[in-house]
Design a protein around this ligand. Structure first.
Ligand SMILES: N[C@@H](CCC(=O)N[C@@H](CS)C(=O)NCC(=O)O)C(=O)O
Length: 205
């Protein structure tokens, strides 16, 4: 299978961490592509009308997107311990935590795009709202840090770790560790996993 891939994309990192944790990374060929909302990439568009990474092209030509769908697909290929709990409260807690990590990435990408506009065109109102959402999300995660540290590894952990990794990559100035000491401790442990080290972001074009 082939993954349309970028070392700058946190959602790509998320599915690659899943692939490593599921023991499937070597079965995935990666093709580096550059995407931007205002510059549709013809190769990506041919497979995914949303022009988004990650996009996974299966060996029989079927295409899967987005990171949630690809992650659950890869998890299903792994006969070992599951990253998506099968049912019940554990499943919905993992899915909610995934939604929180993914949602943080959604607003961080919006924030990055806003920050990259010429200063006179930037919306101070939007930037303030994004900062408020970041602080609220981090406060929520800090309240959950003990539970995150003690529940079995799942897709929620991976999504949260990727969001924190993206803060380190693009928003280091926000200094999230000072707000979240408990979360920082858990993240340091998670960052020691080979899957996290193998998927580190890089600004390669
Ligand atoms: N909900 C999607 C979000 C994916 C996403 O926003 N990907 C970004 C790169 S990190 C992208 O492809 N942006 C290009 C565009 O929006 O045209 C997922 O979970 O995969």
């Amino acid at each position: 299978m082939k993954l349309l891939w970028s070392s700058r994309s946190p959602f790509v990192r998320k599915v690659m961490i899943v692939a490593h944790e599921a023991g499937l990374a070597e079965r995935i060929a990666t093709e580096r592509v550059v995407v931007a909302p205002a510059k549709p990439n013809a190769l990506v568009m041919a497979a995914n009308p949303l022009n988004k990474l990650p996009t996974l092209i299966l060996d029989d030509g079927r295409v899967l997107y987005d990171s949630r769908v690809i992650s659950e697909y890869l998890d299903g290929l792994n006969p070992g311990p599951k990253l998506f709990p099968a049912a019940g409260p554990a499943r919905f807690e993992a899915l909610r935590r995934q939604a929180l990590g993914d949602g943080m990435l959604d607003f961080l990408l919006l924030w990055l795009a806003e920050r990259n506009r010429p200063v006179p065109q930037q919306s101070a109102e939007l930037l303030a709202a994004l900062k408020l959402k970041l602080e609220a999300s981090l406060a929520q995660l800090e309240r959950e840090a003990a539970d995150i540290a003690t529940t079995p590894l799942g897709i929620g952990h991976i999504a949260v770790a990727v969001a924190l990794g993206y803060l380190d990559f693009r928003f280091a100035v926000e200094n999230w560790r000072t707000l979240c000491p408990g979360l920082a401790q858990w993240h340091a442990d998670f960052a020691a996993r080979p899957s996290y080290a193998a998927t580190a972001h890089a600004d390669v074009y």
